[in-house]
Design a protein. Structure first.
Length: 181
């Protein structure tokens, strides 16, 4: 077996090419992603043992392809925005600032759960949420009564059996924001 098929840590074990699979439906980049099919972290990035410790698979892919270490202060970023992708031409070096700028420009800013989590948390809202005290009708009523005047946030909180801050969040739409009046 030639050395390009051996583990890069020097242990002499063969690489496992079956861990690299093609999933074009995940990739918005011009060419096909190589999807890591081994272990992943909660954000979907591949994990593998390399250089005698567990490392991110896309970082090891970059190191192996470029035959050098990742410079201090730099990360390995994805052109394709697919965390389990390990295809070297989809990877590039950048700072954390570059990564955040790229995320914002592409509209991928964090909003409730990581978009590549394999087990995204569903948004449970309204009376389906196990800790809900108010319901849709009471929220509409609170907003209407407060708009019409004559009642304070503290008074509404006492009447509905919730804290004043809960009423404030309802009125400012930081909670129940999805519910129209």
């Amino acid at each position: 077996m030639d050395s390009k098929h051996l583990c890069e840590c020097g242990c002499g074990k063969p690489m496992k090419p079956e861990l690299f699979k093609h999933h074009p439906e995940w990739c918005g980049y011009q060419t096909e992603c190589w999807i890591w099919e081994g272990n992943t972290n909660p954000n979907g990035y591949g994990l593998m043992t390399g250089y005698h410790k567990v490392r991110l698979a896309h970082r090891l892919s970059w190191i192996k392809h470029h035959k050098r270490d990742i410079p201090d202060g730099m990360g390995v970023l994805h052109h394709c925005d697919v965390p389990p992708c390990v295809r070297p031409d989809h990877l590039f070096l950048g700072t954390q600032r570059d990564n955040v700028r790229d995320m914002i420009e592409k509209g991928r800013a964090y909003q409730g759960h990581h978009p590549w989590s394999y087990k995204p948390k569903p948004t449970i809202r309204g009376t389906r949420h196990p800790k809900a005290v108010l319901n849709e009708d009471s929220v509409r009523e609170i907003r209407a009564r407060y708009r019409s005047g004559g009642v304070s946030e503290r008074g509404l909180a006492a009447e509905y059996g919730v804290g004043r801050q809960t009423i404030t969040r309802v009125l400012k739409r930081t909670s129940w924001a999805w519910l129209p009046d």
